[in-house]
Design a binder for this molecule. Structure first.
Ligand SMILES: [Zn+2]
Length: 347
């Protein structure tokens, strides 16, 4: 059942979500409502998953995913399946120090009564022999979307979520997932906590896993709150500098980061030397489709700081809010750009 991700140099992947078809959910927005319900919705989600897989394969993507077709949001959907969180009892909280949102409350001990994504992962596994990657939210990003009236400690709640994520991750691995990715955009915001317990809780989430593990740290979807925040970060975005030294020492195999059109100094990648690096070479905050040459340029720059056998071309973040044709164009560009560099390396 081992699906090697190492057959090809520069294997391409996406950071996570892909647009949903308009018959499944309202397109070009986050948290968009489902258009069907009951059995019809379950069928439709599977159909969309197949379609998303087909589109990735058609574009030549090597490490494929479910495109997050069965979930409404990368954090919320996971939490919705847990005990101890009340989605009716809402409080206003500041998310990642950036924007206010009405969030659910932790009202008791959190636990996972049954698997969340495992059936979907089995279904994806049954549809392809290519390596598959599955995304889960990371503990720190999860706690940052909740009001905690029970543990009253961000760290304590993060450790509890880490245990739950570990249960889910072990079952995903058993379902045949090759790479389990934890999304931790909060790592670019809460630097002291990242180093005090953020990375430690993430390592708890991957305890006992033998498959590859990744952490995706980014500057978020191309939504207004994120692009406004980016305007305040200055000419050089050095946020990764805070978490990378400790991540380099961590048990994670792969670090996924944002590089295309971002002001992240490429030499920061040197700080995680030895790790595999998923280099975001596709900007998700614009509908302008990169040319293969632009993708290749970004990968070429990254190659100064990461060995070719450890470079995984990817997207900056999820593409759920983009028009479908734009996302498809960007996937094609990613493949074509990676191929340019493969040929250069073969010379
Ligand atoms: Zn992201």
């Amino acid at each position: 059942m081992a699906h090697s991700t190492h057959q090809k140099l520069l294997p391409t992947s996406t950071a996570g979500s892909l647009p949903k078809p308009s018959w499944l959910a309202e397109p070009e927005k986050l948290w968009s409502a489902w258009k069907l319900e009951g059995e019809e919705l379950l069928d439709a989600k599977r159909d969309a998953l197949k379609l998303s897989l087909h589109e990735q394969i058609h574009a030549g993507i090597d490490i494929v995913s479910d495109g997050e077709q069965t979930r409404q949001h990368f954090v919320t959907t996971f939490i919705e399946h847990l005990e101890g969180v009340d989605f009716e009892k809402r409080e206003t909280m500041r998310i990642r120090n950036r924007y206010d949102a009405s969030v659910p409350s932790v009202v008791g001990e959190v636990s996972r009564k049954k698997a969340v994504f495992v059936d979907d992962a089995k279904f994806l596994r049954s549809q392809t022999h290519q390596p598959i990657k599955w995304a889960l939210p990371g503990p720190m990003t999860m706690i940052d979307t909740l009001y905690d009236g029970h543990y009253k400690s961000r760290e304590k709640l993060a450790w509890e979520f880490a245990k739950i994520l570990n249960q889910e991750a072990l079952e995903l691995e058993a379902a045949g997932v090759d790479i389990i990715q934890f999304d931790e955009p909060a790592f670019n915001v809460f630097f002291d906590e990242v180093n005090d317990w953020g990375i430690a809780t993430l390592e708890r989430a991957l305890e006992g896993l033998k498959c590859e593990t990744a952490v995706h740290i980014c500057y978020g979807y191309g939504i207004k709150a994120n692009t406004d925040w980016k305007q305040t970060l200055g000419n050089e975005w050095r946020q990764y500098e805070e978490s990378f030294p400790k991540l380099q020492q961590s048990k994670l195999d792969i670090i996924s980061l944002e590089c295309q059109n971002s002001r992240v100094p490429m030499d920061l990648i040197e700080l995680i030397r030895g790790k595999k690096v998923m280099v975001g070479a596709i900007d998700v905050a614009t509908n302008v489709i990169e040319t293969p040459e632009q993708v290749a340029d970004t990968l070429r720059k990254a190659l100064q700081f990461v060995d070719a056998d450890k470079l995984y071309p990817s997207t900056n973040c999820g593409m759920a809010p983009l028009p479908r044709q734009v996302a498809q164009g960007k996937l094609n560009a990613l493949s074509a750009g990676a191929e340019i560099i493969r040929q250069e390396l073969a010379r």
